[in-house]
Design a protein around this ligand. Structure first.
Ligand code: ADP
Ligand code: MG
Length: 229
């Protein structure tokens, strides 16, 4: 077990200008994402979940505070190095699935590997293995518009795993799904977490959801993070 956090955040703050006002979207957040973590980030709409995930995932920069990536200060990385880190070490899952509509399920899963110049046969083999792991072995040639919401999110999960990341950030991954489908998606994420050791950080505004999962829970209120170990 590696005890260096994959991502370590200290004193993260992010403000947004809104006309003459300033909104403190996130204030002084401290958080370590460890190898194999299953972390549920709860909080009402507007509490700062997306802001925090975007900072941890190097999609945005804090106004103050620091982020270490495997012990390396993210602020010291070039834009290219940050993009490589996102591609190679993180996976992302979104509420609206964000699949590429003109690509098949298999091509969507392969896409992050294509960005990494993976050899075609290795890429196809891994895309097929990942589709099988999310229960969609028979959908490789199907475009997203012919899939259900739950199936689309499974494709997105397979895509997030493509480059074998250390952590997958999922921002309200079940918000567009019915409650039964939401449960199957969360069950799948917990199984992949256990089987593959990939960490998950899952944001949700649904405070009742996910009580049954074995997780480390964080709660955001008005940009302030509370950690319940
Ligand atoms: P959540 O994901 O929990 O709903 P967000 O992180 O999206 O919360 O937003 C936190 C706060 O920051 C909210 O008050 C929101 O209105 C504000 N905010 C988020 N993004 C922007 C933006 N691009 N411009 C201005 N305010 C923003
Ligand atoms: Mg959000």
């Amino acid at each position: 077990m590696n005890h260096t956090p994959i991502v370590s955040a200290r004193g993260l703050s992010r403000h947004y200008a809104l006309g003459r006002e300033t909104v403190a979207a996130l204030s002084e957040a401290d958080l370590d994402v460890m190898q194999g973590d299953f972390l549920i980030l709860q909080g009402p709409s507007g509490s700062g979940k997306t802001t925090l995930i975007n900072l941890l995932g190097l999609l945005d920069n804090p106004d103050s505070g620091s982020i270490l990536l495997d012990g390396v200060n993210a602020a010291s990385l070039s834009d290219d190095a940050r993009a490589d880190a996102r591609r190679d070490r993180f996976g992302f899952i979104f509420q609206n699935f964000n699949l590429i509509p003109v690509l098949s399920a298999g091509e969507n899963v392969a896409y992050p590997m294509l960005l990494k110049h993976t050899a075609a046969d290795a890429m196809q083999k891994r895309a097929q293995e990942l589709l099988a792991a999310v229960g969609l072995a028979d959908k490789a040639g199907v475009r997203p518009d012919l899939l259900s919401g739950g199936q689309r999110q499974r494709v997105a999960i397979a895509r997030a795993l493509a480059n074998a990341p250390g952590v997958i950030f999922a921002d309200e991954p079940t918000a567009n799904l019915d409650s039964h489908t939401a449960d199957t998606i969360l069950d799948l994420m917990q199984r992949l977490n256990r089987e593959r050791g990939v960490a998950f950080v899952i944001a949700t505004h649904d405070l009742n959801l996910m009580e049954q999962y074995d997780a480390r829970r964080l709660v955001l209120h008005q940009g302030r993070l509370h950690i319940y170990e």
